[in-house]
Design a protein around this ligand. Structure first.
Ligand code: PTJ
Length: 231
């Protein structure tokens, strides 16, 4: 990630966000929990059943998992849209070029021609073709304001965020609390399964309750802390 900051892909604030994520990953045992697995299945179900799914990509997501996000985009038929919090024209070009080079896919975001209501920062900028007209949006490593604005705009939001208490995780329809490099291949595998099984996808989605799943994750973290260090 430090090298990615030097290249201009990751912002300096992105390094701090990365550290926040790592701290939660330690509390979760640096592994995909059963709750994360359930959320990954529900996320894939939502993406598979969507009319216009979109995957947003920021600097951190690009640096950590560009290829994996490209595989997921192919598996669920969603375009990748680059969208930066710390935006400059130079950084937009750098991240778009990087993601296109890693995935072999053309990304949306170079020509932002729309604005998402309810956000003061540059992060409101998006594309009409992508994010603005999406019904389901996957937002890896997203800040809370933008996640809430998307929910308010009527979009079904899937987050990937290691913090189960973040505003993003709480606002999402499906919050995947897992490290991005584990979460994305997990979601992709479920998408491949649901391609020929829409009924199964509907069943998985109907059985998923985000609030309950986050509660169960928090209990898991608390149990781990009470048990103390592994022997
Ligand atoms: O590239 P930009 O300019 O768009 O900026 C991107 C950042 C990440 C700086 C910006 O979106 C931001 O400040 O995000 P937040 O509010 O820090 O939220 C990021 C969330 O991602 C935090 O809750 C972290 O715990 C979580 N996170 C960090 N690393 C990972 C992670 N979740 C999953 N996997 C990770 N590797």
């Amino acid at each position: 990630m430090a090298a990615m900051v030097e290249r201009g892909i990751v912002s300096t604030t992105g390094l701090i966000a990365h550290g926040r994520g790592e701290a939660f990953d330690y509390l979760l045992g640096e592994a995909t929990t059963p709750e994360a697995e359930a959320a990954e299945a529900a996320a894939a179900a939502l993406l598979s059943l969507a009319q216009r799914p979109v995957i947003t990509v920021n600097g951190n997501a690009a640096a950590l998992a560009a290829r994996e996000l490209g595989d997921l985009a192919r598996a669920c038929g969603a375009p990748l849209e680059v969208n930066l919090f710390h935006r400059s024209d130079r950084r937009m070009d750098l991240v778009c070029d990087f993601v296109e080079g890693e995935t072999g896919l053309k990304v949306l975001g170079r020509d932002q021609d729309a604005v998402l209501e309810g956000i003061a920062s540059d992060r409101a900028r998006c594309t009409k073709e992508g994010l603005l007209s999406a019904d389901v949006v996957l937002i890896p490593l997203e800040d809370g304001d933008r996640a809430q604005a998307m929910v308010k705009a009527g979009k079904k939001v899937i987050s990937i965020d290691l913090n189960p208490l973040s505003r993003t995780s709480l606002a999402a329809e499906v919050a995947v609390v897992d490290e991005i490099t584990r979460a994305v291949p997990g979601i992709t595998a479920w998408c491949s399964r649901f391609r020929t099984r829409p009924e199964e996808a509907r069943g998985v989605l109907a059985a998923f309750d985000n609030h309950e799943n986050l509660g169960s994750l928090l209990q898991r973290i608390c149990r781990g802390l009470e048990e103390g260090p592994p022997k």
